[in-house]
Ligand binder design. Structure first.
Ligand code: ARG
Length: 566
């Protein structure tokens, strides 16, 4: 519907940039535009007068019966109200195209690489990985639905001096059996012990460096150990991803770029981009107001940053992406500023949009960084476990008659939905709060509320025998809530696109919440199954069917499962 308004306005806009938005309050129209104000500024006219003139012209140009009302409003807005017929016709159109409704071709023949999750091997995933995983997966889905080819990339932290330390620790204290039982936990313990002992035995640091050097040079034993650590880590990660319902196309981690390090660094020195400084090699970034970037340590070891440079070169060459999105926490801002500055100097990704998609912290209910009582960071699987346990209690209470297996399935979907929605509803850069009660509140702005709404709609559809001849004739829908729901439905494609443009899933999440509120209002005010007129009942069922489909699509874009029963 917005596109239709834009089309009518384009006749009067002579290519000017103007916006068409949904006002907060309905008395400012179903839609509203600033076009008259934009034009008046340039033509030095009175905006309200120009708006009034345009109202006349627009009303004449619009298809008969499309608007119920077009009005000028101070200081120069033009507000539009659709006629019920226009809304009813649009519902028929949406029903016809429901399968692809909301999909766009904005991204046709373009590629976007979305990099997210990126855990470090031999370490447990913790709550800090939750946000990147959830946000990244949702953005990837959004871009896909906008027509982009999407590469979901899990850039594993699987290289670096820390693996030298780990190998050294394993050789000293490692117990193969124990590791086989609880791989990552044991490896992490070894690593922590190494650091503890380093305090009293500074020589250990050197040992770690040497083991890493051997690893880099291809030492058989060290390679084998590293591969084993990686394999075990991946097994564990896969379990978590499965529970979260998250997937990837590409798993190349830092180690993949190891072989590019030496040639890259010497090339940069040769070109005069990088210089020696106290034995190390750095790139000066004064021009960008940034501190110099270290790309090779004095001992010849390469760095995280160096691998990222090689990675950009590889990605640009292989995928020719339009964008590369790095979903990584706020705290790595400097790293990405330096990386993008270097890329700019080298011309590695000209014409490619590189973007650090940052996000804030996860806070506990008291507003502090989420941690255990002893101050340890909370593991991702602990969070998941707790969410599932709490969800299971609620499901148990709500649905006593279901089988245990069904209850488990629902609890898992509800728990994951709650976690994801709690994150995605918020502006990305703000910190999010883990308020379990609110997250799992079936009547609040929560994932479970959306899932519950969906299940409610599905239950009406199940119970209705009249569903089969689903109506494509909506002329009998005319109550306020019915038409408001219809209008909300039509905002869906725009909200998906907006989430992609702004890289803020909150647009889509908040939209779905408003849609669900209206759906519940319809549910509570309109006894659909008791409706006596068969044609009106069938129109209502048609409306409910579309609403359920949009909620389902929206939830799926956010990575949340829509379940038929709750
Ligand atoms: N593995 C890193 C970490 O856990 C995050 C990687 C971010 N991505 C990147 N291209 N640097 O801190």
């Amino acid at each position: 519907m917005k596109d239709k308004i834009i089309k009518i306005l384009s006749e009067f806009s002579d290519g000017r940039d103007f916006s068409v938005t949904v006002p907060e309050q309905e008395n400012f129209g179903h839609y509203s535009t600033n076009l008259a104000m934009v034009l008046a500024k340039r033509e030095k006219k009175n905006p309200l007068e120009l708006a009034r003139e345009l109202v006349q012209k627009i009303s004449a140009a619009a298809p008969a019966g499309f608007f119920q009302k077009v009005e000028a409003a101070a200081p120069g807005f033009i507000n539009f109200w659709f006629s019920p017929e226009a809304l009813q016709n649009e519902l028929a159109m949406v029903t016809k195209n429901i399968k692809k409704y909301g999909e766009r071709s904005i991204g046709k023949s373009k590629t976007v690489i979305v990099e997210y999750s990126q855990p470090n091997i031999a370490k447990m995933m913790h709550v800090g990985h939750l946000r990147t995983t959830i946000i990244g997966a949702a953005l990837a889905n959004v871009f896909e639905s906008l027509g982009y080819k999407v590469i979901r990339w899990n850039y594993l932290g699987d290289w670096g001096t820390q693996f030298g330390k780990l190998i050294a620790a394993y050789k000293m204290w490692g117990d193969k059996k124990k590791i086989e039982e609880k791989p990552i936990e044991e490896l992490q313990k070894l690593y922590v012990r190494f650091h503890d002992e380093m305090k009293s035995r500074p020589g250990l640091e050197l040992e770690g460096q040497e083991e890493f050097k051997k690893l880099e040079e291809g030492d058989k034993e060290n390679r084998k150990l590293w591969q084993w650590f990686k394999k075990e880590s991946l097994k564990e990660f896969e379990r978590t991803y499965k529970e979260l319902g998250v997937e990837f196309d590409e798993w190349k981690g830092e180690s993949f770029f190891e072989k590019d390090m030496k040639p890259l660094v010497s090339r940069l020195v040769q070109d005069g981009v990088a210089v020696k400084s106290e034995g190390a090699i750095v790139i000066k970034l004064d021009k960008f107001n940034l501190p110099p970037a270290l790309i090779e340590k004095a001992d010849g070891a390469s760095l995280y940053l160096t691998r990222d440079i090689a990675n950009i070169e590889y990605r640009v060459k292989k995928y020719k992406p339009e964008k590369i999105l790095y979903v990584v926490g706020n705290e790595q801002s400097l790293h990405f500023e330096q990386l993008f500055a270097i890329t700019n100097i080298l011309g590695l990704a000209d014409g490619v949009e590189l973007k650090h998609v940052k996000y804030g912290l996860v806070l506990g209910e008291s507003g502090q960084k989420l941690a255990t009582r002893e101050g340890r960071t909370i593991l991702l699987k602990e969070v998941l476990g707790k969410a599932i346990k709490l969800a299971r209690e609620i499901v148990e209470e709500k649905n006593k008659e279901l089988s245990a297996k069904e209850k488990d399935k629902i609890a898992e979907a509800v728990a994951v939905g709650a976690l994801k929605y709690n994150d995605l509803r918020e502006g990305r850069t703000t910190d999010i709060v883990f308020d379990w009660k609110r997250m799992l509140d079936f009547s609040g702005d929560s994932g479970p509320y959306l899932q519950y709404t969906y299940a409610r709609l599905k239950s009406i559809l199940r119970k209705s025998q009249a569903l089969k001849p689903k109506s494509k004739n909506f002329t009998l829908l005319n109550s306020d809530v019915e038409l408001a729901l219809a209008r909300k439905i039509f905002e869906f494609p725009d909200e998906v696109a907006r989430s992609g443009e702004t890289l803020q899933t909150s647009n889509l999440a908040n939209y779905l919440y408003k849609l669900a509120v209206l759906a519940n209002r319809l549910y509570e005010t309109t006894p659909v199954l008791k409706e006596e007129s068969a044609s009106r009942r069938s129109a209502l069922l048609g409306l409910i069917n579309i609403t359920a489909k949009i909620i389902e699509k929206g939830l799926n874009l956010l990575g949340i499962t829509a379940i038929d029963r709750i």
